[in-house]
Design a protein around this ligand. Structure first.
Ligand SMILES: [Zn+2]
Length: 365
């Protein structure tokens, strides 16, 4: 089964396998879940299962159809994603190739692109024709929340008068950003965060990452294989040192935080700041583990930054009290605000304030 290539997500796999085996596929699916957990990979796997030539295989992975789906070269598969309206063919091919290479890490070179209405209109035209290979069509719309009203209404019309033998697969991280009338016409399939163990195993098997490094990255990936892959290209230790330095400055009472936030803003790199924040989530996770499981010999096995045990102990020891909910909540909120394009230095000043009040100090670290 093509679903074997999807990491974890046993629940969604069961739902889709059962539907395939009973010949009762829904006409439209909405894959809902966090970024980087395999919604697009599953959409490709489902497309293979539908279009596969090998009887009963549900996506053998080797027949010409499966291969064409996997490389996004199949005439009966459309893969729509947010992009500038005038996307030339070569650029589109480049993005599709990135999906074919690694369905967990589609290239996203643009800031806040939308799904152009033209693309949805083109689907309408496509679907008025018979499928080329006769097994039906699959339309994948990635990040469906990136449709503006016009595009969403055009899609709604398509879903209301479904073209024959066409399966729609929408993916989204934000169901509330979709038209309720679209949502109600789709079967909802919920995807969950991956476990660090699943990510670690996938890094070792698929990317031949050494086990220890895979464990470290998996711990920092916050349940997303996409984030794990991004970490592969980076100097993890350097990023971690920089993030810890940021934390140190953030919680120093005497520091000029406005200046610090301004310096970070000048970096201008929201993605980088978000990486620092992800590292800090790992640090607070570890601090919580050390605080609550102090005497437990199992504790070390739960740490993200297991290779920095001494520093972590020093960090925890420096505070009389750490309000973990407040600290992690503030970091997560800051990440969400960055995603919502709020002013970076303002987001950071607020975050620093919250971190300072979440940590009651004994002495300097
Ligand atoms: Zn096949």
């Amino acid at each position: 089964m093509a679903f074997d290539l999807v990491i974890g997500q046993e629940g969604p796999k069961r739902v889709l396998e059962r539907a395939l085996q009973r010949g009762r596929l829904a006409h439209a699916y909405l894959f809902l879940g966090p970024d980087g957990v395999g919604k697009e990979a599953m959409a490709l796997a489902l497309a293979q299962a539908i279009l596969c030539h090998t009887p009963g295989a549900w996506g053998c992975g080797t027949c010409p159809n499966c291969r064409k789906v996997a490389t996004l070269n199949h005439v009966d598969v459309r893969f729509v994603f947010p992009a500038p309206p005038k996307l030339d063919v070569d650029r589109e091919r480049e993005i599709l190739d990135s999906v074919a290479r690694e369905p967990y890490a589609r290239l996203r070179p643009w800031a806040n692109p939308v799904i152009p209405i033209e693309r949805i209109r083109a689907l309408r035209y496509d679907s008025s024709m018979k499928s080329f290979e006769g097994r039906g069509r699959v339309v994948i719309i990635a990040e469906a929340e990136a449709m503006r009203a016009e595009a969403a209404n055009a899609l709604l019309k398509l879903l209301e008068e479904p073209p024959p033998a066409t399966t729609f697969i929408l993916t989204t991280t934000m169901v509330q950003a979709l038209l309720p009338t679209i949502v109600s016409r789709c079967q909802l399939v919920r995807f969950s965060l991956l476990t660090p163990q699943q990510i670690q195993a996938a890094l070792v098997e698929r990317r031949q990452v050494p086990v220890e490094q895979a464990r470290l990255i998996a711990g920092m990936a916050c349940g997303s294989y996409r984030k794990a892959i991004e970490w592969l290209d980076q100097d993890l230790n350097r990023r971690r040192d920089e993030a810890i330095e940021l934390l140190r400055v953030a919680i120093r009472a005497d520091h000029d935080h406005v200046l610090q936030a301004e310096q970070l803003r000048q970096l201008g790199d929201k993605a980088l700041v978000k990486e620092y924040l992800r590292v800090l989530l790992g640090v607070f996770h570890d601090a919580l583990v050390l605080t609550t499981l102090e005497q437990d010999p199992q504790a070390a096995g739960l740490l993200v930054n297991f290779d920095r045990l001494d520093w972590l102990k020093k960090f925890v020891g420096a505070f009389e009290h750490i309000d973990f909910d407040a600290a992690t909540g503030a970091i997560e909120e800051a990440m969400a605000r960055i995603d919502r394009n709020l002013e970076l230095s303002l987001v950071l000043i607020v975050l620093f304030q919250h971190l300072r009040s979440a940590l009651r100090r004994k002495r300097n670290v």
